[in-house]
Design a protein around this ligand. Structure first.
Ligand code: BGC
Length: 462
């Protein structure tokens, strides 16, 4: 475990660490919003007189906004830079969080949740994009996974904030308004870090890129920095694609498929049903509301702890091992949950099994599919197309998230709770087979190297 920390000491420096941490605050915004709404909704319902449909819209308007954010920011990240896109994302978040906190009607709240979504959708992939482009290969996995770590910290923070503010008057306004703080930290913090060297090279600002890289690699030999900048320039010269339709070029298509497969399976194994509905699942086992809420804190904490473990291991064991092991683990825990919900005897005598199943599930997700999806999509695409490809994969991820969130409760009514978990387990098996066959190892290789290996080099360009 000292590997990541030791490597950071050797190959990194203060600026690299600071830039990665600040960029990862984007992940915190993402997680905070995912976690906060379930608690806030309980109070919004009565305060704003929100019907069931209105509540669904309050939750899902954010997901729709995130899809839009993911779509436009692929373009923005190239046009105005990764850095400025993140400054804007943080600023929009501040406005959105304030607007939500001050909302006096359901439509106003839905509107501001949509705006928040635009910010979250942007932040969700520009953060891993930025970090992967400033990181040296040996610690890139751990550093990019700071973002997923921040997502899980955001979810846990939201659970805690919900817990703390529930007794206050205007509680839901405080819960939603609290987001102003991380939003401002992101917007202001990003002003203090440099552009990524890869974006600068893409803009023809080679000299500046060289200077930034020198600062990011302080303590590394000059020749090595020289080599890195050379590789970036060569990759940039060889790769002039900039249009979205270039994603369909024959040599890019397999990479697109990997990103989309990871995006869809990350959601189709049902992660957000656990994040959004853990208290509901637990209270269905006969626990009281407050015990369910307390146990949900365990779910949040387990998510965070296993993501820390992933950060420490991902550059040592590689992405594939963690991804495959995690997928097996989460599939087995889904089967455990399904068996539990189909057996009256287990529910009567072994109520703790539901919590065990949920914790095993979240730990397995946190060690594999959680961080690996965001990391992989920041690694496998060539420079000219990277931000657009990531934006498409992110859009599909949010779309799949929306679909699962919108169908979980009604699926339970149609095919029963256990049937739903069997369904997710079946998707877990498919995910495993897909990852086994299609997902490459990208550990300890430069982005340029990964890109040149993965593409079908001889395919004609149009
Ligand atoms: C997923 C989110 C999920 C979170 C849970 C992320 O990687 O994209 O949808 O809520 O992990 O930790």
């Amino acid at each position: 475990m000292a590997g990541f920390v030791g490597e950071m000491r050797r190959s990194g420096n203060g600026l690299l660490l600071r830039a990665s941490v600040i960029a990862a605050v984007g992940g915190l915004l993402f997680g905070y919003d995912t976690g906060v709404i379930s608690g806030a909704l309980l109070f919004i319902k009565s305060d704003l007189n929100a019907s069931a449909v209105a509540q669904e819209w309050i939750v899902s308007s954010l997901l729709l906004g995130a899809m839009l954010g993911a779509l436009i920011s692929g373009y923005l990240a190239d046009k105005i830079s990764r850095k400025w896109t993140k400054v804007i994302s943080g600023s929009i978040y501040v406005v959105g969080a304030l607007g939500c906190a001050l909302s006096i009607s359901v439509p106003m709240l839905i509107g501001f949740r949509f705006l928040l979504g635009v910010s979250v959708g942007t932040a969700s992939f520009v953060a891993p994009l930025y970090i992967s482009e400033v990181s040296p290969p040996r610690v890139r996995g751990g550093l990019v996974s700071f973002n997923q770590l921040a997502v899980t910290a955001g979810i846990l923070l939201a659970y805690i904030v919900n817990f703390v503010f529930q007794g206050f008057s205007n509680n839901w306004r405080w819960m939603l308004g609290f987001g102003v703080i991380p939003g401002a930290v992101l917007a202001i913090g990003m002003l203090t870090v440099p552009h990524t060297p890869r974006w600068l090279v893409q803009q023809g600002r080679g000299e500046e890129a060289h200077k930034v890289l020198e600062r990011l690699r302080e303590g590394v030999k000059g020749a090595q920095v020289e080599q890195e900048i050379q590789d970036i320039k060569e990759a940039n010269d060889a790769e002039s694609a900039t249009k979205v339709r270039d994603l369909l070029r024959p040599e890019i298509r397999p990479l697109l498929l990997i990103g989309l497969g990871l995006a869809v399976f990350q959601q189709f194994v049902g992660i957000n049903t656990v994040i959004y509905y853990a208290p509901t699942i637990l209270s269905d086992t006969g626990l009281t509301k407050s015990t369910s809420i307390t146990q949900t804190l365990f779910v949040g904490l387990t998510n965070l702890i296993f993501t820390v473990i992933a950060v420490l291991l991902i550059d040592r064991l590689g992405r594939r091992k963690l991804l495959l092991t995690g997928t097996v683990g989460l599939t087995l825990s889904l089967v455990l949950l399904a068996v539990y919900f189909s057996s009256g005897a287990l529910q009567q005598h072994a109520g703790y099994l539901a919590l065990v199943g949920l914790l095993l599930y979240i730990a397995s997700f946190a060690i594999g599919l959680g961080p690996v999806f965001w990391l992989m999509i920041s690694e496998i695409y060539p420079m000219g197309i990277r931000s657009k490809a990531m934006s498409v994969a992110t859009l599909v991820n949010w779309g799949a998230n929306f679909l699962v969130a919108a169908t979980f409760l009604s699926l339970g009514q149609v095919i029963t709770r256990q049937g739903t978990f069997y369904l997710y387990a079946g998707l877990g098996v498919l995910a495993f087979l897909f990852f086994l066959k299609k997902v490459p190892e990208t550990n300890d290789r430069s982005l340029e190297n990964i890109q040149s290996d993965l593409m079908v080099k001889d395919s004609p360009r149009d």
